[in-house]
Write a protein that binds this ligand. Structure first.
Ligand code: URA
Length: 213
């Protein structure tokens, strides 16, 4: 299920605090140098939302706007996600939103910084933060937005196109957890038929809303 990590791969593990409250985790993550992505990025973008959240949403990594702002999902993909959550009847303020990777990976060009997908090595290096967030919150359901988030927590056997919109129960180091996978909101923004892709996202999120009751 999960990747077998070579012992010489980078990891954030040494940066994790002993106390695992979200505040302690956020403070410690600000100084994370666990993999090389911290250096060109502006700052660590940690998750946001209440520690009592019943639902956690996991994206890929902060984008350009998030990197500057320090908060996840505040750019174009985030706006689309908020709209879709509302339409699905999910109260955004009661959810915790985070990313599999906490630093923006990009390719610099003279005009702008272009998003670069994090490699498995970055996802694995950052996983201790994500696992610690989930341990601190203990949500009833985790929605994984796109392939990177899926890879981080469920490995490569779950495919977003095949498995989207259905509840997946998995035994994890945090106990039995329920997941739902759906495409990343950026994929909706890029889709040829944006309206259909958006409706399908809302449909998946309604399954999540129903699961929470
Ligand atoms: N895309 C993500 O996966 N996360 C963000 O925070 C922003 C865009």
């Amino acid at each position: 299920m999960s990747v077998k990590v070579p012992p010489d791969w980078p990891t954030a593990a040494a940066y994790l605090p002993e106390r695992g409250s979200l505040t302690a985790l956020r403070d410690a993550a600000a100084g994370c140098r666990g993999c090389p992505l911290w250096e060109p990025a502006t700052q660590t973008v940690f998750g946001r939302g209440p520690a009592t959240a019943r639902l956690v949403l996991v994206g890929e990594q902060p984008g350009d706007v998030e990197d500057r702002d320090g908060k996840p999902f505040v750019g174009p993909a985030g706006r689309l996600l908020v709209k879709a959550l509302e339409e699905a009847g999910i109260d955004k303020s009661a959810t915790y939103v985070t990313n599999a990777v906490k630093h923006f990976r990009f390719t610099p060009t003279p005009k702008r910084r272009i998003h670069a997908t994090p490699d498995t090595v970055h996802v694995e290096a950052c996983k201790p933060w994500l696992t610690a967030e989930l341990r601190a919150i203990d949500p009833e359901l985790v929605v994984l937005l796109g392939a990177t988030a899926i890879r981080s927590l469920l490995g490569t056997s779950v495919k977003v196109t095949r498995d989207r919109g259905t509840l997946i129960e998995r035994e994890t180091t945090l106990g039995t957890k329920r997941f739902l996978v759906t495409p990343h909101p950026s994929a909706v923004l890029r889709a040829d038929d944006r309206e259909a892709a958006y409706s399908a996202l809302v449909h998946d999120l309604r399954v999540a809303a129903a699961a929470l009751g």
